[in-house]
Each structure stands twice: as structure tokens, then as C-alpha cells.
Design a protein around this ligand. Sequence first.
Ligand SMILES: CC[C@@H](C(=O)O)C(=O)SCCNC(=O)CCNC(=O)[C@H](O)C(C)(C)COP(=O)(O)OP(=O)(O)OC[C@H]1O[C@@H](n2cnc3c(N)ncnc32)[C@H](O)[C@@H]1OP(=O)(O)O
Ligand SMILES: [Co+2]
Length: 134
Amino acid sequence: MLGRVNHVAIAVPDLSAAADSYRSMLGADVTAPQALPEHGVTVVFVTLPNTKVELLEPLGDASPIAAFLAKNPAGGIHHICYEVADIIGARDRLKQAGARVLGDGTPKIGAHGKPVLFLHPKDFQGTLIELEEV
Ligand SMILES: CC[C@@H](C(=O)O)C(=O)SCCNC(=O)CCNC(=O)[C@H](O)C(C)(C)COP(=O)(O)OP(=O)(O)OC[C@H]1O[C@@H](n2cnc3c(N)ncnc32)[C@H](O)[C@@H]1OP(=O)(O)O
Ligand SMILES: [Co+2]
């Protein structure tokens, strides 16, 4: 089912400061901010030879990462995104296996313009998993 790691996401309290730190301290190539109100976050991507790091900060009052940042005020690794070839097939197989697919199970369009879904962290070793169809 799983393809490449598409990105590892880090939730941050200040996206601009985090992006500057990756650029100046780590010499990284960082994209411009993308506001994604339908996801309740603003993101940038750090481009790496083999994958990406997604830096994200809350956007709006109902951001799904607000509680995470309240518990981790300095930020922290938030989720890992795996690529899948067939997100509906993956979703149905996971639901069949008893995994909780977050939301109503309908994929949303993510930051790369592709369908994404999230799986409950409690079903996967305390790790929030995002699936992105590529
Ligand atoms: C930019 C678009 C897209 C992309 O294309 O890449 C994105 O990445 S959008 C990213 C932001 N969107 C999401 O994260 C959507 C999915 N997430 C959620 O629906 C919620 O974050 C959540 C997973 C349901 C958690 O919501 P929260 O308000 O924190 O609920 P709880 O406090 O009840 O948490 C339940 C339980 O889970 C633990 N938890 C929460 N977040 C994480 C996490 N990131 N990793 C591991 N564990 C997490 C939380 O601590 C609670 O545990 P207990 O306290 O032990 O009960
Ligand atoms: Co993501």
C-alpha cells in the first residue's frame, strides 16, 4: 500500500521564524507560505533530495493543530505523509482493518493539489499519518 514518504510535518508557533531558521541556519531551500484555510493551517515546504519537510502553523480559530501546539508550545513533529497510488482503496482497506480515518472519510485536496486523508494517531503507535494519492 505505502509508497514514498512524501513529507514529515513539523507544527510551529511562528512559521516565518521557522522558515528563516531553516534558510539561514540550515541553508535550506524553503517555499513561500501557502495559506490553506480549508485545512486550518499555513505551510511552507523544505525541499530535500529525497523528501520534504512541511512546516505548518495554525490558521484561524478552529485549526486542527491548535491543541497540539498548546501541548507542545515550542513546536514538534506533527505527522508523516506516505504516498499511496489509490487513496480510496487504501481508505477502505484501512477501515476494514479497524483503523479510524479522520473526518467523514472523504479525501480533501492537500497542499500539493492531491487528495489526502488522515489516520488517527492512536491507531498507529501515537503517530498521526497522512496519506497522499500520487
Ligand atoms: C497542508 C495540508 C495537508 C498537506 O497537504 O500536507 C496537511 O498536512 S494539513 C495538517 C493539519 N491537519 C490535520 O492534522 C488533520 C488531521 N488532524 C486532526 O484531525 C487532529 O489533529 C487530531 C489528530 C484528531 C487531534 O486533534 P486534537 O484536537 O489534538 O484532539 P485530541 O486532543 O482529542 O487528541 C487525541 C489524542 O491524539 C493525540 N494527538 C493529537 N495530535 C497528535 C499528533 N499530531 N501526533 C500524535 N498524537 C496526537 C493527543 O495528544 C490525544 O492523545 P491523548 O491526550 O493521549 O488522548
Ligand atoms: Co501534511
